[in-house]
Ligand binder design. Sequence first.
Ligand code: S5P
Length: 267
Amino acid sequence: LQRTRLTYENRSNLAKSAVAKRLFQLMASKQTNLCLSADVTKADDILDIADKCGPYICLLKTHIDIVEDFSEGFITNLQALAKRHNFLLLEDRKFADIGNTVSLQYGKGLYKISNWADLVTAHTLPGRSILQGLKAALGNVEAGQERGVFLLSEMSASGNLIDDKYKENSNKIATEGGDIDFVAGIVCQSSNAFAFPGLIQLTPGVKIDESVDKLGQQYQTPELVVKERGADIGVVGRGIIQANDVQKAAITYRDRLWTAYKERVAK
Ligand code: S5P
Protein backbone atom coordinates (compact mmCIF):
# COMPACT_ATOMS: atom_id res chain seq x y z
CA LEU A 1 0.00 0.00 0.00
CA GLN A 2 1.28 3.44 -0.95
CA ARG A 3 2.16 5.70 1.99
CA THR A 4 -0.33 8.32 0.85
CA ARG A 5 -3.21 5.85 1.30
CA LEU A 6 -2.38 5.12 4.96
CA THR A 7 -3.85 7.09 7.86
CA TYR A 8 -1.70 9.22 10.13
CA GLU A 9 -2.62 6.86 13.00
CA ASN A 10 -1.23 3.87 11.11
CA ARG A 11 1.84 5.74 10.03
CA SER A 12 2.65 6.85 13.59
CA ASN A 13 3.23 3.15 14.37
CA LEU A 14 5.73 2.90 11.51
CA ALA A 15 7.72 6.04 12.32
CA LYS A 16 11.30 5.56 13.52
CA SER A 17 11.53 9.08 14.94
CA ALA A 18 9.82 9.70 18.28
CA VAL A 19 8.87 13.25 17.26
CA ALA A 20 7.38 11.99 13.99
CA LYS A 21 5.28 9.51 15.98
CA ARG A 22 4.11 12.31 18.25
CA LEU A 23 3.34 14.62 15.34
CA PHE A 24 1.37 11.95 13.42
CA GLN A 25 -0.69 11.32 16.57
CA LEU A 26 -1.18 15.01 17.21
CA MET A 27 -2.42 15.53 13.63
CA ALA A 28 -4.87 12.64 13.94
CA SER A 29 -6.29 13.68 17.31
CA LYS A 30 -6.40 17.43 16.65
CA GLN A 31 -7.55 16.84 13.07
CA THR A 32 -5.17 19.27 11.43
CA ASN A 33 -2.36 18.93 8.89
CA LEU A 34 -1.70 22.66 8.65
CA CYS A 35 1.73 24.13 9.40
CA LEU A 36 1.69 27.89 9.82
CA SER A 37 4.81 29.67 8.65
CA ALA A 38 4.95 32.70 10.95
CA ASP A 39 7.29 34.77 8.76
CA VAL A 40 6.94 38.15 10.49
CA THR A 41 9.73 40.13 12.09
CA LYS A 42 8.33 41.29 15.46
CA ALA A 43 8.17 38.89 18.39
CA ASP A 44 4.76 40.13 19.55
CA ASP A 45 3.31 39.68 16.06
CA ILE A 46 4.46 36.05 16.01
CA LEU A 47 2.92 35.46 19.44
CA ASP A 48 -0.34 37.11 18.36
CA ILE A 49 -0.57 34.98 15.20
CA ALA A 50 0.37 31.84 17.17
CA ASP A 51 -2.36 32.51 19.72
CA LYS A 52 -5.05 33.18 17.12
CA CYS A 53 -4.12 30.27 14.81
CA GLY A 54 -2.82 27.84 17.46
CA PRO A 55 -6.05 25.80 17.77
CA TYR A 56 -5.99 24.99 14.04
CA ILE A 57 -2.36 24.01 13.41
CA CYS A 58 -0.14 21.01 14.12
CA LEU A 59 3.12 22.90 13.60
CA LEU A 60 4.31 26.49 13.89
CA LYS A 61 7.28 27.17 11.65
CA THR A 62 9.69 29.98 12.49
CA HIS A 63 12.65 31.71 10.86
CA ILE A 64 14.12 32.84 14.15
CA ASP A 65 16.86 34.92 12.48
CA ILE A 66 14.31 37.36 11.00
CA VAL A 67 13.00 38.37 14.45
CA GLU A 68 14.19 41.90 15.22
CA ASP A 69 13.50 41.87 18.95
CA PHE A 70 14.43 38.30 19.89
CA SER A 71 14.68 37.48 23.59
CA GLU A 72 14.57 34.41 25.79
CA GLY A 73 11.23 35.66 27.09
CA PHE A 74 9.83 35.43 23.59
CA ILE A 75 10.79 31.74 23.44
CA THR A 76 9.20 31.13 26.85
CA ASN A 77 5.96 32.73 25.63
CA LEU A 78 6.02 30.81 22.35
CA GLN A 79 6.53 27.52 24.18
CA ALA A 80 3.60 28.36 26.49
CA LEU A 81 1.37 28.91 23.46
CA ALA A 82 2.59 25.65 21.89
CA LYS A 83 1.63 23.85 25.08
CA ARG A 84 -1.73 25.60 25.51
CA HIS A 85 -2.85 25.03 21.90
CA ASN A 86 -1.04 21.71 21.39
CA PHE A 87 1.26 22.31 18.44
CA LEU A 88 4.97 21.63 17.86
CA LEU A 89 7.68 24.16 16.97
CA LEU A 90 9.67 23.84 13.74
CA GLU A 91 12.63 26.17 13.24
CA ASP A 92 13.21 26.41 9.49
CA ARG A 93 16.97 26.96 9.79
CA LYS A 94 17.88 24.90 6.70
CA PHE A 95 21.25 23.86 8.11
CA ALA A 96 23.71 23.15 5.30
CA ASP A 97 27.28 23.12 6.66
CA ILE A 98 29.86 20.62 7.96
CA GLY A 99 28.92 18.63 11.05
CA ASN A 100 30.96 20.67 13.51
CA THR A 101 29.50 23.96 12.31
CA VAL A 102 25.86 22.83 12.27
CA SER A 103 26.35 21.43 15.76
CA LEU A 104 27.37 24.92 16.94
CA GLN A 105 24.63 26.66 14.94
CA TYR A 106 21.99 24.31 16.37
CA GLY A 107 23.02 24.42 20.01
CA LYS A 108 24.85 27.72 20.57
CA GLY A 109 24.73 31.38 19.62
CA LEU A 110 21.93 33.79 20.39
CA TYR A 111 19.10 31.42 19.55
CA LYS A 112 20.10 28.07 21.12
CA ILE A 113 17.68 26.41 18.71
CA SER A 114 18.10 22.89 20.11
CA ASN A 115 16.78 24.09 23.49
CA TRP A 116 13.32 24.94 22.20
CA ALA A 117 12.61 23.75 18.64
CA ASP A 118 11.00 20.30 18.53
CA LEU A 119 12.00 20.12 14.88
CA VAL A 120 14.40 21.82 12.48
CA THR A 121 15.01 21.70 8.73
CA ALA A 122 18.31 20.80 7.05
CA HIS A 123 19.66 20.49 3.53
CA THR A 124 21.20 17.15 2.53
CA LEU A 125 23.89 18.89 0.47
CA PRO A 126 26.73 18.08 2.94
CA GLY A 127 25.74 14.39 3.03
CA ARG A 128 24.84 12.32 6.08
CA SER A 129 27.31 14.12 8.35
CA ILE A 130 24.58 16.76 8.64
CA LEU A 131 22.64 14.30 10.84
CA GLN A 132 25.64 13.43 13.00
CA GLY A 133 26.49 17.12 13.38
CA LEU A 134 22.99 18.06 14.51
CA LYS A 135 22.78 15.12 16.89
CA ALA A 136 26.10 16.15 18.43
CA ALA A 137 24.46 19.37 19.69
CA LEU A 138 21.83 17.49 21.69
CA GLY A 139 24.03 16.75 24.68
CA ASN A 140 22.66 19.87 26.38
CA VAL A 141 19.02 19.01 25.85
CA GLU A 142 17.42 17.45 28.91
CA ALA A 143 16.74 13.74 28.70
CA GLY A 144 13.26 12.97 27.39
CA GLN A 145 13.06 16.05 25.25
CA GLU A 146 12.60 14.69 21.79
CA ARG A 147 14.08 16.34 18.74
CA GLY A 148 13.93 15.68 15.01
CA VAL A 149 14.82 17.01 11.58
CA PHE A 150 13.05 17.46 8.26
CA LEU A 151 15.49 16.96 5.36
CA LEU A 152 14.94 18.96 2.17
CA SER A 153 14.87 16.86 -0.98
CA GLU A 154 13.03 19.28 -3.27
CA MET A 155 12.30 23.01 -3.23
CA SER A 156 9.39 25.14 -4.35
CA ALA A 157 11.63 27.85 -5.83
CA SER A 158 11.56 28.08 -9.61
CA GLY A 159 14.90 27.19 -11.21
CA ASN A 160 16.26 25.39 -8.13
CA LEU A 161 19.23 23.10 -8.80
CA ILE A 162 17.90 19.87 -7.28
CA ASP A 163 17.78 16.94 -9.75
CA ASP A 164 16.56 13.32 -9.55
CA LYS A 165 19.91 12.00 -8.34
CA TYR A 166 20.04 14.50 -5.48
CA LYS A 167 16.48 13.59 -4.55
CA GLU A 168 17.27 9.87 -4.57
CA ASN A 169 20.38 10.33 -2.44
CA SER A 170 18.49 12.56 0.00
CA ASN A 171 15.95 9.78 0.38
CA LYS A 172 18.79 7.36 1.20
CA ILE A 173 20.15 9.65 3.91
CA ALA A 174 16.65 9.79 5.42
CA THR A 175 16.03 6.04 5.36
CA GLU A 176 19.37 4.23 5.69
CA GLY A 177 22.03 4.22 8.39
CA GLY A 178 22.27 4.71 12.13
CA ASP A 179 20.79 8.19 12.45
CA ILE A 180 17.40 7.67 10.85
CA ASP A 181 15.67 7.78 14.25
CA PHE A 182 16.44 11.51 14.11
CA VAL A 183 14.69 12.08 10.75
CA ALA A 184 11.02 13.02 11.15
CA GLY A 185 10.30 13.69 7.51
CA ILE A 186 11.11 15.23 4.16
CA VAL A 187 10.45 18.71 2.81
CA CYS A 188 9.48 18.16 -0.81
CA GLN A 189 7.01 18.90 -3.57
CA SER A 190 6.02 15.46 -4.89
CA SER A 191 4.91 12.05 -3.65
CA ASN A 192 7.71 10.26 -5.49
CA ALA A 193 10.40 11.95 -3.37
CA PHE A 194 10.31 9.01 -0.90
CA ALA A 195 8.30 5.86 -0.15
CA PHE A 196 8.76 5.04 3.56
CA PRO A 197 5.39 5.66 5.30
CA GLY A 198 7.02 6.42 8.66
CA LEU A 199 8.32 9.74 7.33
CA ILE A 200 6.17 12.89 7.12
CA GLN A 201 5.98 14.83 3.85
CA LEU A 202 6.07 18.56 4.57
CA THR A 203 5.16 20.65 1.55
CA PRO A 204 5.52 24.45 1.35
CA GLY A 205 4.30 26.66 -1.47
CA VAL A 206 0.59 26.33 -0.62
CA LYS A 207 -1.97 29.02 -1.41
CA ILE A 208 -5.63 28.97 -2.33
CA ASP A 209 -4.97 31.05 -5.44
CA GLU A 210 -2.40 29.08 -7.42
CA SER A 211 0.22 31.68 -8.32
CA VAL A 212 3.83 32.81 -8.05
CA ASP A 213 5.44 35.66 -6.14
CA LYS A 214 8.00 38.14 -7.49
CA LEU A 215 10.94 36.21 -6.03
CA GLY A 216 10.56 32.71 -7.46
CA GLN A 217 8.04 31.14 -5.09
CA GLN A 218 5.54 28.79 -6.81
CA TYR A 219 2.18 28.01 -5.19
CA GLN A 220 -0.23 25.10 -5.48
CA THR A 221 -3.67 24.69 -3.91
CA PRO A 222 -4.25 22.72 -0.67
CA GLU A 223 -6.18 20.04 -2.60
CA LEU A 224 -3.45 19.63 -5.21
CA VAL A 225 -0.56 19.30 -2.74
CA VAL A 226 -2.37 16.74 -0.57
CA LYS A 227 -4.16 14.66 -3.20
CA GLU A 228 -1.77 14.81 -6.16
CA ARG A 229 1.60 15.65 -4.63
CA GLY A 230 1.54 13.52 -1.47
CA ALA A 231 1.78 16.28 1.15
CA ASP A 232 1.05 15.12 4.71
CA ILE A 233 1.44 18.63 6.10
CA GLY A 234 0.84 21.78 4.05
CA VAL A 235 2.94 24.81 4.96
CA VAL A 236 1.14 28.14 4.60
CA GLY A 237 2.82 31.49 5.19
CA ARG A 238 1.56 34.55 3.37
CA GLY A 239 -1.75 32.87 2.50
CA ILE A 240 -2.57 33.26 6.21
CA ILE A 241 -0.37 35.99 7.64
CA GLN A 242 -1.31 38.51 4.97
CA ALA A 243 -5.05 37.81 5.26
CA ASN A 244 -7.28 40.47 6.80
CA ASP A 245 -8.42 37.95 9.38
CA VAL A 246 -5.59 35.48 10.12
CA GLN A 247 -7.74 33.24 12.29
CA LYS A 248 -10.41 32.89 9.63
CA ALA A 249 -7.75 32.18 7.01
CA ALA A 250 -6.15 29.53 9.25
CA ILE A 251 -9.53 27.82 9.67
CA THR A 252 -10.08 27.84 5.90
CA TYR A 253 -6.66 26.32 5.19
CA ARG A 254 -7.07 23.78 8.00
CA ASP A 255 -10.47 22.70 6.66
CA ARG A 256 -9.31 22.38 3.07
CA LEU A 257 -6.07 20.54 3.88
CA TRP A 258 -7.82 18.20 6.30
CA THR A 259 -10.72 17.42 3.94
CA ALA A 260 -8.22 16.67 1.16
CA TYR A 261 -6.40 14.24 3.49
CA LYS A 262 -9.65 12.51 4.51
CA GLU A 263 -10.62 12.10 0.87
CA ARG A 264 -7.15 10.81 0.01
CA VAL A 265 -7.20 8.01 2.57
CA ALA A 266 -10.88 7.14 1.89
CA LYS A 267 -10.26 6.43 -1.80
O1 S5P B 1 11.05 24.57 -0.83
C1 S5P B 1 10.71 25.29 0.10
C2 S5P B 1 11.06 24.99 1.43
C3 S5P B 1 10.60 25.81 2.46
S1 S5P B 1 10.88 25.29 4.08
N1 S5P B 1 9.94 26.39 -0.12
C4 S5P B 1 9.51 27.21 0.90
O2 S5P B 1 8.79 28.18 0.61
N2 S5P B 1 9.88 26.96 2.21
C5 S5P B 1 9.49 27.87 3.32
O3 S5P B 1 8.07 27.88 3.42
C6 S5P B 1 9.91 29.32 3.15
O4 S5P B 1 11.16 29.56 3.74
C7 S5P B 1 8.79 30.09 3.83
O5 S5P B 1 9.08 30.24 5.21
C8 S5P B 1 7.57 29.20 3.70
C9 S5P B 1 6.62 29.59 2.57
O6 S5P B 1 6.04 30.83 2.83
P1 S5P B 1 4.89 31.46 1.88
O7 S5P B 1 4.68 32.83 2.45
O8 S5P B 1 5.42 31.49 0.48
O9 S5P B 1 3.68 30.58 2.01
